[in-house]
Each structure stands twice: as C-alpha cells, then as structure tokens.
Design a protein around this ligand. Structure first.
Ligand code: ZN
Ligand code: ZN
Length: 321
C-alpha cells in the first residue's frame, strides 16, 4: 500500500545518501551536491526537497506539511488581531467599535476551531497526497515560475469566490441556516478566530471551493482536453494558495478596516468591511474575496445598498409602466 511506501519521489536528488541523521543533514547534503542544478536551487526549494527526502514517505510528508501549514498560518495570522484588540489605539478603525471581543470569547472560539481542525479537517488533509499523485500534482524541484503560480492562484481566487457566494447564499435559506450556518453567525461582530468557527458540513462544503478547483484544474492539466496546453499544478503553488486563502478568511473576520487595507487599493477586493457588514446586517455580502458577485446579483449589505436597490427597483417599475 502506498501509505507505507517509504521512498520519496525526490530521493533521486541524493542517490548516494545513507540514512540521513536529521532534516538539516539532508539540507546540507543538497547544498553540497556536485550536481550544479541541485546546488543552485533556491533556499525555499532546498527546504522543500529536504522535507520530502527526510520524511521518505510522500503521503506523510504532504499530510504533515498541510496540517502544520494550516495550523501555523491560521492561528499565526489570528495573533496580530488578538493583540490589536487589546490596544485602544486601533479602536478608531474597528468597524463595530463598541464590540471588542473579550478574552473569554476568544479562548472559547479558539478551542472550538481547534477541535474542528482535529476532528473534521485532519482526515481529508491526509487523503490529499494520493489524490495529488493520481493527478500528477508535482512535488519536484525547481518550482514553477512565479507567473505560472500567479496565473493559477488568480483562477483559484475567482472560482472559490463564485463557489463561496453560491453556497453561502444557500446557507442563508431556512433549513440550511437553522441546521448548518447558524453556528458561524454566533458572533455578530466577528474577530479573526471566528473565520473557521462553523458547522462541520459548512467547513466541508466551503472547503471544497478551496481545494476542489485545484483538483479539477490538475485533472484538466493531466488530460489536456481540446489540445489545450494547461500548465501543470505544483503542490507548492497549492500550499501558497491555501496560505493566501487563510489570510483572506482571517482578515475578512478581523473586524478592522484600515486606511491601508487591501480594499483601499483594489476596489473590488472585499476585505473586512464587506464581511463585517454581512455579520452585522445578516443579509447580503455573501462572497468571500471580491465584491463583484454581490454587486451584480444585487445582494449588497447595509442601509446604503438597500436604498440603492429600492431606487433601482422603483425606476425599473416606473419604466415598465
Ligand atoms: Zn452568513
Ligand atoms: Zn463570517
């Protein structure tokens, strides 16, 4: 069974190596390789290759890498927001200024999210490498070019946003809200940690938008339908994408809208202002990363959007008459 197959697909980089004594031993050997192509790998490529060679089991290597990346990025990204919540100086940029989360609320939420990570997300993460292997998702070095990575990540952002918008809107319909999405709306004034505070069904459904499209992309790049020349997907690109997506999810729940927030530079970037209004007003602003779906589907949140919507409907009705 592949799970117990203890040969890394990257072991060809160090064909002579004896049992490495440590991760850093592999890292050193790669740096001293007589093969100039290997010795010229970037530091991040060498760190990556050493991990796979040292683990000597690609399923474990990918599973652990994804699990650790998820925990470190998610909780690591929440820490600055927890500190900012303690500093009155930043309160001027808090969207719902009177609703600073208490330490007890933060702690309770953290325990629930951690429980969900261990019980709901751990298993799919471990199953990920066999899928990768079947779909030719590469773990090799060197990595693809930054332009290929940016192109693929941009596609994933747009498709995930569409998926998130659709399912999130569905989750606000009667039965789905009462039985699934209600948990996420426990906090009318969100804070970073609440990003993944949700019912297991919601975690799985929305998580599919994050990993499902890369899997579909990998399938298309393997089969190359209609003679398309779709560039291969690399697991590093996928790790990068998941990291950015986690940043987006945590930041949109932060509760702060700064003059230097990304939505001030990219007008169609949703950011915290967009999602905070969703938690506050409960209706509208269903998308995750971009504002365009709510704009075109007339589902923007808040009083101004409501007035605009009503004006448009009135004008349309008058025109029809
Ligand atoms: Zn909602
Ligand atoms: Zn939310």
């Amino acid at each position: 069974m592949e799970f117990f197959n203890t040969t890394s697909s990257l072991s060809h980089l160090l064909p002579q190596q004896q049992h490495p004594s440590s991760y850093f031993d592999v890292l050193r050997q790669l740096g001293e390789s007589p093969d100039s192509q290997i010795a010229n790998l970037s530091l991040i490529e060498r760190l990556w290759a050493s991990w796979y060679i040292f683990m000597n089991n690609d399923i474990l290597a990918t599973g652990l890498l994804f699990f650790i990346t998820h925990e470190v990025v998610y909780f690591g990204r929440c820490i600055p927001w927890m500190i900012i919540d303690q500093m009155p100086f930043f309160n001027r940029w808090k969207i719902q200024a009177s609703k600073i989360p208490s330490n007890k609320e933060q702690w309770e939420c953290m325990k629930e999210v951690l429980k969900s990570h261990l019980l709901v997300e751990a298993l799919p993460i471990w199953l990920f490498h066999p899928i990768c292997a079947n779909l030719n998702i590469s773990v090799e070095v060197p990595f693809p070019s930054y332009s290929t990575m940016a192109f693929q990540i941009a596609i994933f952002f747009v498709l995930e946003d569409f998926w998130h918008y659709s399912f999130h809107r569905l989750f606000h319909v009667g039965w789905f809200y009462r039985n699934i999405h209600k948990q996420h709306h426990k906090y009318a004034a969100p804070f970073g940690l609440t990003a993944e505070y949700a019912h297991p069904v919601e975690v799985m459904a929305l998580g599919t938008g994050t990993v499902g499209f890369p899997i579909l992309y990998a399938y298309l790049s393997k089969t190359q339908p209609y003679g398309l020349n779709i560039p291969e997907l690399h697991l590093y690109t996928l790790t990068f994408w998941i990291t950015l997506r986690l940043f987006q999810a945590v930041d949109s729940h932060s509760g702060y809208d700064f003059p230097w927030s990304l939505n001030k530079f990219i007008p169609f970037w949703a950011g915290a202002a967009h999602h905070d209004d969703h938690h506050h007003f409960f209706i509208g602003n269903y998308a995750s990363s971009f504002t365009w779906f709510d704009f075109f589907m007339s589902t923007e949140s808040g009083q101004i959007a409501k007035a605009k919507r009503e004006k448009k409907m009135r004008e349309h009705a008058e025109k029809v008459l």
